[in-house]
Design a protein around this ligand. Structure first.
Ligand SMILES: Cc1cc2nc3c(=O)[nH]c(=O)nc-3n(C[C@H](O)[C@H](O)[C@H](O)COP(=O)(O)OP(=O)(O)OC[C@H]3O[C@@H](n4cnc5c(N)ncnc54)[C@H](O)[C@@H]3O)c2cc1C
Length: 492
């Protein structure tokens, strides 16, 4: 059964897709009107997402293909019409939120219709009584947060990219915000999802605050990265803006010492929304005035009702002192708050001869220290690597994430292979010691070769079966996320 479905997808990908000729585009324009755009400027601006490799290829002046056309809907009905048409003609469709994805989820060819959701950006409702807000999928995250903040509410979802990412993108990549340790990741914040399936049918998934009415179908779209349909609107559960905010910070003699302190804080049932721990190398780079030789730094942002914040501050100070940590000026956490949403320009690094990236993984408490040691050592062993470091930024009852950073110097023509080799080293160290390969950036085309490590071979087969059932003509973002049956190297 599974194999037959997989074969259908493969065949439709290879043989049945209608070439996107001018007459097909004209036909599409007859159906959808002026929202079908083919002007050079829009095609150029939607060539890729924020993946470092696509930016590197741009910088190296490698000619990247543009989509054949860009469709900019303003209604769900238009998305339905587009998908019905493309499904009937086996035309590939690639959703584009605001293009801040960093794993190559968006890499169109000239045979692709790019569906630009940024034009679907209305606020449908802010319901103060039920504490929900409904946005169209292309709504900019910061604008969504500001809209609810005007009512004294917050979404509580603060990815670093909040100003350059969409609410539909958050769903599609299973995003995580900086305040997740208390407020949860996007799957904890989402209330319901409106989506258009590849055949044009409309689904509304999520009806009440909680359900035991079969599998939670919202998860078919959460993290699907455009492969299962198009998210057209999202309802999020809100919370009241915090009454009080406070900061705390501590030095650790080693990363394991700080990680153990975090484990004890979470184990004692405290949930500071932000709990971040930087190794000495990152302290020196990001918080120079607080750097102490050989010391890691753990800081927290505490939020909520004033009485709870006071109690949390007191008990956490006790826990970390018992774990051997030393106090640091909490102003370091305020410093981080002020600069936390900075978006880097990749070309600034390329021009200095450096290729850089960050790689987030997660693991249970018992495995995270070994992964850190092995990943950093493996990166440092690569000739050309000048920095290899990490911080943790999201803690859970059963474990924590690490966010590795690397920088390597090499000739421009060697940058791409350097990049993939550094990624391979962190992925292999994570897999070897039992960690999960992706904490929050998604998989895209970048992590696709490693997906089997998280899902298992049977899990990948199940994902293919699901894809084949939902999208039998394989029109949604082909080549993204779901491994083909044989992959020997990174897809280009
Ligand atoms: C500087 C920087 C910092 C970042 N920090 C964080 C962070 O703190 N936390 C975090 O989780 N991520 C972070 N990211 C990654 C990125 O911002 C998130 O993955 C974000 O959720 C992507 O949203 P987007 O609207 O830009 O999606 P896009 O990049 O446009 O798309 C991402 C993927 O989802 C699909 N997609 C987009 N919209 C839809 C839709 N409506 N329906 C179906 N499929 C869709 C696309 O096809 C693509 O595969 C960061 C990125 C940058 C550049």
């Amino acid at each position: 059964m599974c194999r037959a479905l997989v074969t259908r997808i493969t065949l439709s990908n290879l043989f049945e897709r209608l070439p996107l000729s001018d007459s097909v585009i004209d036909d599409l324009r007859n159906v959808l009107g002026a929202i079908v755009r083919t002007d050079a400027e829009i095609l150029h601006s939607r060539r890729h997402d924020y993946w470092a490799v696509s930016h590197l290829r741009d910088w190296l002046k490698v000619a990247l293909e543009t989509p054949r056309c860009v469709v900019q809907p303003t209604t769900t009905a238009e998305v339905q019409t587009l998908l019905r048409y493309c499904n009937a003609h086996s035309i590939a469709v690639m959703p584009f939120g605001l293009g801040s994805g960093v794993c190559g989820g968006i890499l169109p060819t000239n045979e692709v219709v790019l569906l630009d959701l940024s034009t679907m950006n209305a606020i449908r409702e802010i319901n103060e009584h039920d504490m929900t807000a409904t946005f169209e999928a292309g709504k900019n995250g910061l604008e969504a947060e500001e809209a609810v903040a005007a009512h004294g509410l917050t979404i509580g979802h603060w990815p670093q990219s909040i100003g350059v990412s969409s609410v539909g993108g958050w769903i599609s990549t299973r995003a995580s915000g900086q305040f997740s340790t208390a407020y949860g990741n996007i799957e904890d914040i989402v209330y319901s999802i409106e989506a258009v399936l590849p055949n044009g049918d409309l689904v509304q998934l999520g009806k009440a605050p909680r359900a035991a009415a079969g599998p939670d179908l919202r998860h078919v779209l959460m993290g699907a990265e455009g492969t299962m349909g198009v998210v057209t609107a999202v309802t999020l559960s809100l919370r009241k803006a915090a009454q009080r905010r406070a900061y705390s910070a501590f030095y650790c003699d080693s990363m394991p010492q700080g990680i153990e302190a975090q484990r004890q804080i979470i184990g004692a049932d405290w949930r500071p929304p932000v709990m971040r721990q930087y190794d000495a190398s990152e302290v020196k780079r990001n918080f120079r005035e607080y750097f102490l030789e050989g010391k890691a730094l753990l800081f927290m942002v505490h939020e909520g009702p004033a009485v709870r914040v006071e109690a949390e501050l007191g008990d956490i100070a006790r826990i970390v002192a018992a774990a051997g940590l030393q106090p640091c000026d909490p102003a370091v956490a305020e410093l981080w708050m002020g600069k936390r949403n900075h978006v880097v320009e990749w070309k600034d690094f390329f021009e200095k001869g450096a290729v850089v990236d960050t790689i987030e993984i997660s693991a249970p408490w018992s495995k995270i220290d070994t992964i850190y040691d092995d990943a950093v050592a493996s990166l440092k062993a690569r000739e050309g690597v000048i920095t290899a470091s990490a911080h943790s930024s999201h803690a859970y009852r059963s474990g924590v994430n690490y966010y590795f950073s690397f920088a390597a110097l090499c000739e421009p023509e060697a940058m791409e292979s350097m990049y993939f080799d550094c990624w391979r080293r962190v992925m292999e160290a994570t897999i070897k010691h039992g960690g999960g390969i992706a904490h929050h950036h998604g998989a895209g085309r970048l992590r696709k070769p490693y997906l089997e490590s998280d899902l298992g071979a049977t899990g990948v087969a199940l994902l293919r079966t699901l894809k084949a059932a939902v999208d039998p003509n394989g029109i949604m973002n082909p080549g993204n996320l779901i491994p083909e049956e044989t992959i020997t190297e990174y897809p280009r």
